[in-house]
Design a protein around this ligand. Structure first.
Ligand code: ADP
Ligand code: MG
Length: 585
C-alpha cells in the first residue's frame, strides 16, 4: 500500500508557522521591536526600505545576547521568557512563544549582531550570525556597542504566495508606521526613531514614566492637544491613564482608538464599547471616539495568549473591566470640568431629549434673537436673502418661521414653525452643490497659507494622496516630516477648518478608492460639515440665518443625503408643551 501521510520537513513547518506570525512586513518590525523592548532597551532605531520587503533593520541598546544564546534564539520555540505555561499568569514580557526569530529566519536573509553589556564599555565583544531560509550560514566574532542589531533582507524571498499578496510598498510602510506608533505609545520611557526610505517619520525622546500624555501628544498631535480630556484613574488594582479627544474628533471608524493593555498594543471591543458608553450622547450615533489609553491590571486577570500576533487579549472578568473603563472615562469627561455636550440634538418631532434642569427656565439654553431684528444680509456663506426668520438657536437646531417668499416643496401646517437641523441641512446643501459643480474649477491661493501638524501615520497617508487632494480642490505640500502647508483651495472651502477637513478625509479613507460620484459627494459633505468652524456650538445667529438662506437657494431639501430629516414642524402650542415636557423629564 502507498503511504500518503508523511511528516513535513522542518523548513516547511517553519514557513507555515511563519505565515501566522509574520503575515506582512509590519508584523516582522513589530516582533523585532518587541524583542528589543523585552531586552530592556531604552533607545530603538528602526530603518526600513521599500515597505520593509527589501530591508528592515532594528537596532537596540538592550541586554544583548552571548554567542550560545544568539544561536539558540533562531530555533523555533526557544525563548528566555517562559519556562512553564503557568508563567503566563505573571508574564510581563511582550514575547513568550519563541517563534518570531525562527519564523523570520525561515522566510528571509537575516544578520544579527549582538553584544552583551559590560559595565560602561561603549564597545564590547560581539557575535554576528547570518542565516537564510531557515539555515544558519555563519557565526563570527566581532565587536559592537552593547545591544542587538537585527537586519532582515528580502523578506518572503522563498514564499512566492505571500509575496503575491503583499500590498504596495507605500501601504506596507504605512502599516509599519502604524505598528511603530502603537509600540511608541506603549513604551513612553523608550526613545524611538523610525526611518522609512531614508526619511525620518517618527522621532520621540524618552519620557518620564508619569508623562504618558506627553508621548500621546507628540505622537498624535491635534486631537489630543487642546480640549482633550486627561484620564488618570485607579481603583482595586485597575488603572487607566491617557487622553480622550473631544467628541467632535470622533470618526466613522475605530482608527483613532489606541489601547494598550499591560504594555501591549491591542484591539479590544469591550474597551471601545465602554469608552463610547462613557461619551453617552455627546458622541454622535455611528461615530467612534478618539482616544489613547493605557490599561494596567493584574496579569493573571488577562489572557494574552489568544491571538498568534498577540493583538487581542481576553479579560477574566470582562464586565468589571467595562464598568471601570466607563467610570474612568466618564469621570474624565464630565467629572470636574462641566463638559458641554457638542452633539446634535435628535430631530424626532415628539421625544426631544433636552439637557435641562427641572429648576431652570426651559428657554435658558436657547439663544433667542429679537423678533424685530431684520435678517442680516451680510452673510458669511452666501449673499442670499433669507426667506424666513430665525427665532432661536439651540445646539445645532434653529427654530425658524417657515419659508414664505418661495414655495417650499412640502406642506406646512397653519401657524407651524420649523425646527431646522442645521447640520443635516448643510449636508444636503453641500451634497447638491458638489454634485452639480463644474468639472473645472480653479483654486484660489490663500493669502495666508495654512500649516498643520499631524501624526506620522496621517503624514504618510497625506503624502500618498496629494494628487487626490488636488482633485478635490486642496493644494498642499509637505514642509516637514509631519507638517504640511495648504497653499490654495477651491473657493467653497474657505469657511472651513482646512486641517480638520484634510485629516477627516484621510481618516474616512475615501481618498483611497475611486467611489461613485454620489457616494463621494455624500462623504465629502459630511467631512465638510464636520470641519465647519461656525457649526461648533454656540452657533451664531447670523450663521443659522445664512444656512437658512442657502437652504432656500438649494430648493429646500427635506432630507440629508442619507435620508435623515432636515427639519420637523411644531406649532407654537406644541413647541411650548415640548419645551416644558423636556424640562421636566
Ligand atoms: P520570544 O520573544 O517569544 O521569546 P523570539 O523568537 O522573538 O521569541 O526571540 C527568541 C529569544 O531571543 C528571546 O526569548 C530573547 O531571549 C532573544 N532575543 C531576541 N531578540 C533579542 C534582542 N533584541 N535582544 C536580546 N535578546 C533577544
Ligand atoms: Mg519575540
Amino acid at each position: 500500500m502507498v503511504r500518503r501521510i508523511h511528516p513535513l520537513d522542518s523548513l516547511t513547518i517553519d514557513q507555515i508557522a511563519a505565515g501566522e506570525v509574520i503575515d506582512v512586513p509590519a508584523s516582522c518590525v513589530k516582533e523585532l521591536v518587541e524583542n528589543s523592548l523585552d531586552a530592556g532597551a531604552d533607545d530603538i532605531v528602526v530603518e526600513v526600505s521599500i515597505g520593509g520587503r527589501e530591508r528592515i533593520r532594528v537596532r537596540d541598546n538592550g541586554c544583548g545576547m552571548g554567542r550560545e544564546d544568539l544561536i539558540a534564539s533562531i530555533e523555533r520555540y526557544s525563548t528566555s521568557k517562559l519556562h512553564h505555561i503557568d508563567d503566563l499568569q505573571t508574564l510581563s514580557s511582550r514575547g513568550f512563544r519563541g517563534e518570531a526569530l525562527a519564523s523570520i529566519v525561515s522566510i528571509s536573509h537575516v544578520t544579527i549582531t549582538s553584544a552583551e553589556r559590560r559595565g560602561d564599555d561603549l564597545i564590547c565583544p560581539a557575535t554576528t550570525l547570518v542565516a537564510e531560509g531557515g539555515k544558519l550560514l555563519s557565526i563570527t566574532e566581532t565587536t559592537a556597542p552593547p545591544g542587538t542589531t537585527v537586519e532582515v533582507a528580502s523578506l518572503f524571498f522563498n514564499v512566492p504566495a505571500r509575496r503575491k499578496f503583499l500590498k504596495s510598498p507605500a501601504k506596507d510602510s504605512q502599516e509599519i508606521i502604524k505598528a511603530m506608533t502603537c509600540l511608541a505609545l506603549a513604551a513612553p520611557v523608550v526613545a524611538f526613531r523610525v526611518i522609512t526610505d531614508g526619511r525620518s517619520v517618527i522621532g520621540v525622546a524618552a519620557e518620564p514614566p508619569d508623562l504618558l500624555k506627553n508621548r500621546i501628544r507628540t505622537l498624535f498631535k491635534e486631537p489630543f492637544q487642546d480640549n482633550a480630556f486627561d484620564v488618570a484613574f485607579s481603583k482595586d488594582g485597575f488603572s487607566l491613564n491617557g487622553v480622550v479627544a473631544d467628541p467632535r474628533h470622533a470618526r466613522s471608524t475605530r482608527s483613532g482608538q489606541y489601547i494598550i493593555v499591560n504594555g501591549r498594543p491591542v484591539t479590544s471591543l469591550p474597551i471601545s464599547y465602554a469608552v463610547k458608553a462613557a461619551f453617552a450622547t455627546t458622541c454622535e450615533e455611528g461615530k467612534h471616539p478618539v482616544f489613547a489609553l493605557h490599561l494596567s491590571l493584574d496579569p493573571s486577570s488577562v489572557d494574552v495568549n489568544v491571538h498568534p500576533q498577540k493583538r487581542e487579549v481576553r479579560f477574566s472578568d470582562e464586565e468589571w473591566v467595562r464598568m471601570l473603563v466607563q467610570e474612568s472615562v466618564s469621570e474624565a469627561l464630565f467629572g470636574k470640568r462641566g463638559f458641554f455636550p457638542a452633539c446634535s440634538m435628535p430631530l424626532t418631532s415628539c421625544s426631544p431629549s433636552l439637557p435641562a434642569d427641572p429648576d431652570e427656565d426651559p428657554f435658558s439654553t436657547w439663544r433667542f434673537a429679537p423678533v424685530e431684528e431684520p435678517p442680516s444680509l451680510e452673510l458669511s456663506l452666501t449673499g442670499s436673502s433669507a426667506p424666513s426668520t430665525c427665532l432661536a438657536v439651540m445646539g445645532d437646531v434653529a427654530l425658524i418661521q417657515p419659508p414664505c417668499k418661495a414655495d417650499p416643496p412640502f406642506p406646512v401646517s397653519q401657524g407651524a414653525l420649523l425646527l431646522l437641523d442645521l447640520r443635516q441641512v448643510l449636508r444636503a446643501i453641500i451634497y447638491r452643490e458638489w454634485l452639480d459643480r463644474p468639472e473645472t474649477e480653479a483654486p484660489e491661493l490663500l493669502l495666508v497659507p495654512v500649516t498643520f501638524d499631524c501624526s506620522a501615520q496621517e503624514a504618510a497617508l497625506i503624502v500618498e494622496h496629494i494628487p487626490q487632494f488636488e482633485k478635490m480642490g486642496i493644494f498642499l505640500r509637505a514642509i516637514g516630516s509631519h507638517t504640511f502647508l495648504i497653499e490654495g483651495v477651491f473657493k467653497r472651502f474657505v469657511d472651513i477648518d482646512l486641517p480638520a477637513f484634510c485629516l477627516d478625509l484621510v481618516h474616512e479613507g475615501f481618498l483611497e478608492k475611486e467611489s461613485v460620484k454620489e457616494q463621494f459627494c455624500k462623504r465629502m459633505a459630511t467631512s465638510y460639515v464636520a470641519a465647519m468652524r461656525g457649526l461648533r456650538p454656540p452657533i451664531a445667529h447670523e450663521l443659522a440665518l445664512s444656512i437658512v438662506g442657502r437652504w432656500a437657494q438649494s430648493g429646500f431639501p427635506a432630507v440629508s443625503p442619507d435620508g435623515k430629516p432636515c427639519f420637523s414642524q411644531v406649532t407654537p402650542t406644541t413647541f411650548k408643551e415640548w419645551i416644558a415636557k423636556g424640562a421636566k423629564t
